[in-house]
Design a protein around this ligand. Sequence first.
Ligand SMILES: *Cc1c(COP(=O)(O)O)cnc(C)c1O
Length: 346
Amino acid sequence: MSYTLNKKLQGLTPYDPGAGDYPVRLDANESFLTPPDWLRAKIDAALAAVPYNRYPDPKAAALCKAFGDYYGIDPAYVTAGNGLDEVLFILAACFTQAGDTLVTVQPDFSMYRFYGHLGECRQAVYDKGEGNAIDPEALVAFCREQKADMLLFSNPCNPTSLVLEREAVRKIIREAGCLVVLDEAYMDFSDQTLIREAADYDNLILLRTCSKMLGLAGLRLGFFVANATLTAAFRACKSPYNVNALSQAAGETVLKEKAYLDDCRRKVCASRDALYKGLQPLCQARGWRMDKPETNFVYLRPDDAAGLYEGLKAAGILVRHMGDWLRITAGTEKENAQLLEALAAL
Ligand SMILES: *Cc1c(COP(=O)(O)O)cnc(C)c1O
């Protein structure tokens, strides 16, 4: 017997997050904050109460309630996933059918097109052009021309670090003529969220993650927010026990600490602003491009991205290299200082 991989599997390779040991990792947009001892004690107590022999709550009800309370929305419209990665996988596999048209934008989060490939979608890509920004009129026209079934984009955008204003996003949702998946993974660092009105649209799915501002990338928690019909469909097609009991318990515990999370948000935004300010003189002196970030990272176009990337690596600092650009996550004060020093020396 001989077996050949099917077409969609041929040529796929595992995701490589950048192997190697780097003292300073500013490549994955994680938070540099980790729960303090008092919060760790609370998490440990919650974990100690988990019945290991039982399946977890398939609805993750307590976790979704804590999420809803923190963001001021009804948990009836909230469903938890095993990281947004799982949610994106389900959306591509179940909310599209083979041959459907998926519209993504460029540049944007690279995983979207990977999942679209697994979902066997026809893919159409809207190019943001030199300004790195979405023109809402043009994107709507593109979706209509392409007869899009699903439009998927991040706001604020990874990697451009820019945010599209609420009214522009509303226009896209109203006029694109398809299901719109709005990935707000970084919206905690900006102020243009549509989360409180997400359930009012019949064609909007809004995504949030615990991996960025909430500092819980290790738990793998992401959230799907949408109206009752879309929520029911998502709950029907996800695997029943997708979020494990430990992540549910730990996530619920952290999401209940509003004052702590608000403080995390302030600290990460302060680090981001400091990194942006620290890079400005370098950018001016060397003619590098950098826009004001609405995320926890900056997006920088130096004259020699590949050379700087290698130089930083040699100095023990890992950032993300993306063609002519570098994406650099805001770190601790010390990490930011190390980065600026290394860049100035290169
Ligand atoms: C990090 C990131 C995610 C993935 O989130 P997880 O919940 O960790 O899987 C999704 N979308 C964007 C745009 C991201 O940058």
